[in-house]
Design a protein around this ligand. Structure first.
Ligand code: AHR
Length: 320
């Protein structure tokens, strides 16, 4: 009996070390967009951690928000002969040629958090949230909060041409249809950054009677909302009260703002895209298992009633 246990133990250990050896031999290239937001910084931290935990050699490239840099990084990863490429595509269009090159080099590409408009056979899978649904959740919250009152909304859009900017706008607008008391009166890109969120919000405030004609802000990410909160305070108004604020990501600073009643709601986007992506790659490397073309992460709404101070504490050390 004892011998059998020892034997089974050694077989299990051998199998485990074979898997570790398989993973340890692999090199991954990560073509990241940049560090435009707290969420993006957290995604980078989590991806590096996930790769380290699995014994993978991760080569990281920060494209400084430029598609041409991401394309150059992918070409460099192909030349280095990596075993897989993770790509967070800054915009949705213009990827066909480089994805085709990766395919011809037999290097699987996994998309993280954003989509491309290329043919599905050019990448292995995409990990991300339902971006249209995030916009719908934000709009549903606002409809509930405003009721029948007239409400002039300003919108801070994400990076022009990126799938979250396109889809979050679509989901929000579609859900407002039939609720004629709610109207988006101004909409402009803040490029997913805190600085541009503040700057564009200042121009909205100026154009809308010092902000007195604005009932709500919908920001495509939390960082732009945090910048806008600063602008609203500097204009002498109370964010979260005079102007309702709903955004997307669930970063610690937004939870802090909610705990201080300066923001109202956020739709969480997990920064752990790498976990499901590397699981899919492990299975693919092991026996050729093809993952589904889209691996969806959860989108959860948080409001001031959902212990924002506790959520801030739980997240503040996680690399945001
Ligand atoms: O693609 C996900 C979006 O990109 C996040 O919501 C935003 O913060 C980031 O820049």
């Amino acid at each position: 009996m004892m011998t059998k246990h020892i034997l089974m133990g050694s077989v299990a250990a051998l199998a485990l070390s074979a898997t570790m050896a398989l993973a340890a031999d692999k090199t991954i290239g990560f073509a990241q967009i940049g560090s435009e937001s707290g969420w993006r910084a957290a995604e980078t931290t989590v991806t590096k951690q996930q790769a380290a935990d699995r014994g993978l050699d991760l080569r990281f490239s920060d494209a400084q928000q430029k598609q041409e840099n991401q394309i150059a990084a992918i070409r460099s990863f192909i030349a280095q002969g990596v075993d897989a490429i993770l790509l967070a595509p800054v915009v949705a269009t213009g990827w066909d040629a480089v994805l085709q090159e990766a395919k011809e080099a037999e290097i699987p590409v996994v998309l993280l958090d954003r989509q491309v408009d290329s043919s599905e056979d050019l990448y292995l899978t995409a990990v991300g949230s339902n971006l249209v649904h995030e916009g719908e959740v934000a709009a549903e919250w606002l409809i509930g909060a405003v009721g029948d009152k007239p409400c002039r909304i300003v919108e801070l859009e994400g990076t022009t041409g990126s799938s979250p900017a396109i889809d979050r706008k679509t989901g929000f607008e579609n859900t407002l249809k039939g609720h004629d008391n709610l109207q988006v009166v101004r909409s402009q890109t803040g490029d997913f950054t805190r600085a541009q969120g503040k700057e564009v919000m200042e121009s909205f405030l100026q154009a809308e009677n010092g902000g007195k004609d604005i009932c709500a802000l919908y920001a495509h990410n939390d960082d732009m909302a945090v910048g806008a909160i600063q602008a609203i305070k500097e204009a002498g108004l109370q964010p979260g009260k005079d102007i309702l604020i709903v955004s997307i990501d669930g970063v610690p600073d937004l939870f802090k703002a909610m705990s201080e009643a300066e923001a109202n709601a956020t739709v969480e986007l997990t920064p752990n895209m790498a976990g499901p992506a590397l699981d899919a790659l492990d299975a693919y490397w092991k026996d050729g298992t093809m993952p589904p073309k889209f691996i969806q992460t959860e989108s959860k709404l948080y409001t001031q009633a959902d212990d924002p101070a506790g959520e801030y504490d739980r997240r503040k050390g996680l690399g945001y």
